[in-house]
Design a protein around this ligand. Structure first.
Ligand SMILES: [Zn+2]
Length: 234
């Protein structure tokens, strides 16, 4: 899919949680190159305008580390690519500008969110997130894939594509609108979710491409340094 409407700020429904995917309209949610523990006041205000709870965000490194949060705002700025909690009142978030944000929730009230670029997916960030949720008591898990770059815009080197396909299968191979080899990142995420035991019928994808929708920041398409947020809470 190639376009989307305004950013999906309004909470979407997972079984036991609220999810918001911000976009350009909500402004830069990222911490730029500065010290991650000193979030600029304007960024903090924009985050609280989305959900007025203490946020746990991450210093993302395209790995598979998952942080467990036991209270509101815990572990803010931790180096990791996913965060989970079983507690209410915790706004847990990842920041993206083409990588896939994945929000997860279970009926038991365990929630999670993962930053899933291709390196992180290959490294196992989706499986690690699901397993950490299970360790907190989650049984059946729902997942929602947010705004990310889509294959029509995601030309991908053949060596890297072989690496992803070796882990996640040939379903990740795609073609750009210009006819070049592409990675289907949401397909890679979906495959990883199912491999981690998430029922395919419990997965959804909002289907918006950050690169060709004007409503989202994109590093690949426009070299933008701003970040949109995917935040989940209950
Ligand atoms: Zn696109």
């Amino acid at each position: 899919m190639t376009s989307g409407g305004a950013a999906l700020l309004h909470p979407l429904s997972l079984s036991s949680a609220h999810v918001a995917f911000t976009g350009r309209a909500e402004g830069d949610m990222g911490h730029g190159g500065g010290p991650v523990r000193d979030v600029r006041p304007d960024v903090a205000a924009r985050r609280r305008a989305v959900v007025d709870l203490p946020w746990t965000w991450l210093r993302q490194v395209h790995g598979a580390e998952v942080v467990r949060v036991d209270g509101p705002g815990d572990a803010a700025g931790a180096q990791a690519d996913a965060v989970v909690t079983a507690e209410a009142g915790c706004a847990i978030a990842v920041l993206t500008a083409d990588c896939a944000p994945v929000a997860l929730a279970s009926a038991e009230g365990v929630i999670g969110v993962a930053h899933a670029g291709w390196r992180g997916v290959v490294a196992g960030v989706i499986d690690a997130t699901v397993q950490e949720m299970r360790a907190l008591g989650a049984t059946e898990i729902e997942a929602l894939i947010g705004p990310c770059i889509r294959p029509e815009c995601y030309a991908f080197g053949s060596d890297d594509l072989e690496q992803v396909a070796a882990v996640l299968g040939d379903g990740v191979r795609a073609t750009t609108s210009a006819g070049d080899p592409a990675l289907d990142l949401p397909a890679a995420v979906h495959t990883a979710l199912v491999a981690a035991g998430v029922d395919p019928s419990a997965t959804a994808d909002i289907g918006v491409c950050t690169a060709c929708s004007p409503h989202y920041f994109s590093w690949r398409a426009r070299g933008e340094l701003q970040r949109q947020a995917a935040v989940i809470w209950r």
